[in-house]
Design a protein around this ligand. Sequence first.
Ligand SMILES: [Zn+2]
Length: 417
Amino acid sequence: MLSLPKYSWLLVLFLWGGTFASLATPIVHIRLRVEPGTHSFTCHYQFTLPASDTTSVVRLNLNHALNLQRVHSTGALQQRVSTVTYVGDTVHQVQVRYGPHRRRRQIELVYSGTMAKGEFTDQVAVFSGHGNWLPFRPYAEYELVAYELVVQAPAAYQVRSTTAAVRQRPGEWVFHGTTSHIEPTAFVAQHFYQATSATAPPIALVKAGAPLARPDTVLLHRAEAIVAFYNRTIGRQAPVGRFTILLPGTNSGAYGLLDDATVITYSTFDVTSQEDLLILAHEISHKWWAYGSFHDENGWLSEAFATYSSLLYLQASGDEAGYRAELARLAASAAGTPPLWGFDRYQHPFAMYRRVIYNKGTGILAALHQHVGTEQFMTILAQTAAQQTSTTTGFLATVAQVAGPGAHAWLLAELKR
Ligand SMILES: [Zn+2]
């Protein structure tokens, strides 16, 4: 897997450094030491704001179950660690105050802990988007960061991530990328089973726990078709050049990662069933649909768009009846729910969030599709994905630009219904 041409990692490092200089994203350095035998880990974490960010108070939340051992901030006027309540959870909160004219704003944390149940099996330890192992700024879990992830594990272990390691030596693996704050990913296991498709773009399958079997081959072929479909449609202005599917077998859900990858944890996942096929298509599409905050109504820009993308794939694969039946099922679930516009998830049980943000939102997209026609609709989606639109008003502006003020007014009325 690590057959990078000689010196190419130097080029990667150079490009990575160049990205840092040109983007206004924070830079994160993570050094993770894993003891798979005891499911414990230690993390040296460094968060650096870009020079263009003059924020005077920086807050980082960290899972309260982790043992925060050290906090050090460079150039700070004041540094405080407290325990606060954050969307119903207790978290450590590091708050650092900076004066003006500080060029370098950096916070270092050292913390350790034991992995949560559901994040490991006897064969693999999973550090990824749902493991709650990384700090993040409040209400900004999906803030883009440029990261370097260094993973140290006992010599008998291998480490995999969403991309190939840029550097590796016995017991240490280094990965670089740009992804959301909580999504740098490391899988640690003694053995991985892998396959890569010969298609363009190539799809890599990385599995832990059991050798690749027939359902995995079917999954790989389906993923090739789904990624190719999205590259022609929703992703045509921002196509992917590769994609990775990680299969840890931890049975704790499925989630997409911005870094051209998805994690499917179900050990019995079979895309010959429509339910699993739609999950796969939904999660892959999150590569393009990840910018609407899950704390408010803008979450539909992630979840309804991913759900409708999976239905578009189903339809394109020839299952018009399945497409219609699934839309009817979602419409029934959305009946009688409050408007998506202004929906406050924290005033409702989680089930209502799903009914409004996922199901009602999907129905609204299907109606918009019908209202403006496939050609304009695909232009709207492709442009929304490429612009990384994160607000409903931003999406409405794209609709107005592509399909005119009438379509904008029509959509606004639908959202308020
Ligand atoms: Zn989703």
